[in-house]
Write a new protein. Structure first.
Length: 70
């Protein structure tokens, strides 16, 4: 039980600092390319809302038909 709680807390810390790193890094990169702050903000929000679900998306198998084509 103690290990489970420790893993939960560690995962929460990784999630928090990873999100901070993602937002600050992408905003800094976009501003360095000269994009307007509004475009940077909207892009960061759009990417930030889809980034957490990316690792849990199932990877397609080689040679398998997509679900949309069935």
């Amino acid at each position: 039980m103690l290990l489970d709680v420790a893993q939960l807390l560690l995962g929460g810390l990784f999630l928090y600092f990873g999100a901070e790193w993602l937002v600050k890094g992408s905003a800094g990169l976009a501003l360095a390319f000269g994009l307007r702050p509004l475009v940077v903000g909207l892009t960061v929000v759009a990417y930030g809302t889809s980034a957490p679900s990316t690792p849990s998306a199932p990877a397609p198998r080689a040679g398998a038909a997509s679900r949309a084509s069935r």
